[in-house]
Design a protein around this ligand. Structure first.
Ligand SMILES: Nc1nc2c(c(=O)[nH]1)N[C@H]1C(S)=C(S)[C@@H](COP(=O)(O)O)O[C@H]1N2
Ligand SMILES: [Mo]
Length: 548
């Protein structure tokens, strides 16, 4: 039967759909930048995926993309958006309303994702809703502009306007036999070319507006940039007590991790897709739960308390043997035990669940936080500056001896005194141990991987750690020889890593160097390998060199 509904091609409707999706995404991001940065449909969908992803998927993403895993996720969300957009275009061209329905569904999904983010307000559903409506509108608008030759003939004839008025041109095109019937088909070559071009201009323009809106949204979320401005203008009070880093703690060997890690080189682990922006003026810490008195603290309250410097090595439970998810800083802060003493925890409490503005939580044993001999602090400073925004500005926790996931809450806003048998923290819900004391470990930094090693005297060097216990000795093994003592630099304290060096008389050929640490408790670092999950890797770090 001649075209009641002509076969509609797929390419242009798909293009229209992708353009409409881009337009909608741009509108949604722009709305989020104006209404609430945390309601960005893109990042809230990404964030939702991170939170619901099974642990193996996260581990695979980290293995595949390393610390670029978040970027990979956002690109993935973008690719899905393009695919769904194309699908919506094709659907809408065949079954009007189905494509728009798909966009509506996407909008509901985005709104749900935004509404379930930590600290979401009711306004959080707006950007996704606005984005979906924009995409639906753009899709309808583009589909009526689909080029003539692809549209059913009756509709063409019925369509008023200058395009049909130009039907005087004779059909000179043998290339379109399928359309060689009726007045509209006779007009096809010119009109269709014009329509095609017009369609591409509209589709391209729609997509471009979407991209521009997305760019504008990143510029507009500069509201968030205000926090880094506040931070830069900030001057922390002078420390009441200073930490001393003995010169002999630093061996100064090229390629060896410096004993104090510069802020810009400090590793970062975040569950949140965008770095939380907390203005100190709005910051509050609430200590509540199983306590006699609730305590609330403002930024000014905290700065008015005595702030002391302490040097602590922070380590991530996801650090592989030999890995670099570890760093040491001079932290400035106030002991958490003092604040807990004000709150007066009940006798049967055994855990503090700290909570971040981004929804992250950590479960820290109460006795670790109240230990008078351990500098578990609310930190405001890192290596002489206010905390960098990405390291928890304005306030984070630092607890010597525990992996970061159970202790080092950044952007901390709540300490809930509770019990391990009542509450679970973010990572404990995802298969990691509820307690995370740092395991004894050591690493070879020098010679570096791939470095040319010549026969003769070769300096081997690295770091060793077991925070809050301390390292008594480090030993090195060449091939299958006897374990030889390395020389230790001065340890800053038991809460920090210590550098070590070993002079190796290297003979030509292939050799493997292995390192192990012995703790102040007399524990010898085990050679038994354990994976990072659920409570930290074990095994010995080794490197193989071809000595020339
Ligand atoms: N709010 C928040 N705090 C957090 C995390 C997080 O994802 N969000 N990661 C934790 C983990 S797993 C580690 S190892 C340390 C890392 O701190 P850094 O990023 O400053 O090195 O922070 C901890 N605190
Ligand atoms: Mo971590």
């Amino acid at each position: 039967m001649p075209t009641e509904r002509a076969p509609v091609g797929r390419l242009r409707p798909a293009l229209a759909g992708v353009a409409a999706a881009t337009f909608g995404a741009g509108a949604g991001e722009l709305a989020a930048a104006i209404i609430s940065a945390t309601a960005s449909p893109f990042t809230s969908i990404g964030g939702l995926l991170i939170d619901v992803a099974p642990p193996w998927a996260k581990d695979a993403a980290i293995a595949l993309f390393g610390t670029a895993d978040k970027l990979a996720l956002l690109i993935g969300v973008g690719v899905v958006l393009v695919i769904v957009g194309a699908l919506a275009g094709i659907l809408e061209a065949r079954h009007p309303r189905w494509g728009r329905g798909l966009f509506a569904f996407l909008g509901v999904f985005g709104a749900l994702a935004a509404a379930t983010r930590a600290n979401a307000s009711v306004l959080a559903i707006l950007p996704a809703a606005i984005g979906a409506v924009a995409a639906m509108g753009a899709l309808s608008m583009l589909l009526v502009r689909l080029p003539a030759e692809r549209v059913a003939v009756p509709e063409r004839v019925a369509a008023p306007g200058p395009a049909t008025g130009a039907a005087a041109a004779p059909d000179t095109s043998p290339a379109r036999p399928a359309e060689a019937s009726g007045a509209a088909a006779a007009a096809a070559p010119n009109v269709a070319d014009l329509d095609r071009r017009r369609f591409l201009v509209w589709a391209g323009g729609t997509a471009a507006v979407g991209v521009l809106a997305a760019i504008a949204s990143t510029a507009l979320s500069a509201g968030s940039r205000a926090v880094s401005t506040v931070r830069e203008a900030l001057k922390l009070p002078a420390p009441a007590t200073r930490a001393s880093v003995p010169a002999s703690a630093e061996l100064g060997i090229d390629g060896l991790a410096p004993v104090i890690t510069p802020n810009g080189e400090f590793y970062r682990i975040d569950t949140a897709l965008n770095v939380p922006q907390v203005d100190p003026a709005d910051w509050r810490l609430r200590i509540h739960g199983m306590v006699d008195r609730e305590v609330e603290l403002t930024w000014d309250d905290l700065l008015a308390l005595p702030l002391g410097e302490s040097v602590t090595t922070l380590a991530c439970v996801s650090n592989e043997v030999g890995g670099n998810l570890i760093g040491t800083a001079v932290w400035l802060g106030h002991p958490i035990r003092e604040l807990l003493a004000h709150a007066s925890p009940s006798a049967d409490a055994d855990m503090v669940l700290s909570r971040s503005i981004d929804g992250f939580t950590a479960s820290t044993p109460l006795d670790v936080l109240t230990d008078p001999d351990r500098e578990a602090i609310l930190a405001v400073g890192m290596n002489g500056t206010p905390l960098p925004v990405e390291h928890g500005f304005p306030v984070r926790m630092v607890v010597p001896g525990l992996y970061g996931y159970v202790s080092a809450t950044k952007w901390v806003t709540e300490l809930e005194v509770t019990r391990f048998d009542l509450d679970r923290a973010y990572w404990s819900d995802r298969g990691w141990s509820e307690r995370g004391p740092i395991k004894l470990s050591s690493r070879i930094d020098v010679p570096r991987v791939g470095q040319q090693v010549s026969a003769g005297a070769v300096v081997v060097a690295g770091v060793a750690w077991q925070q809050h216990t301390g390292v008594a000795a480090v030993e090195v093994q060449v091939d299958d020889g006897a374990w030889q003592p390395a020389t230790l630099a001065t340890a800053i304290s038991a809460d920090t890593w210590v550098q070590w060096r070993y002079e190796w008389d290297a003979a030509p050929g292939r050799h493997t160097i292995r390192v192990r640490a012995i703790s102040a408790d007399g524990e010898v670092q085990t050679a038994d390998r354990a994976p990072v999950a659920p409570d930290g890797a074990t095994g010995l770090h080794e490197r193989t060199f071809d000595v020339a």
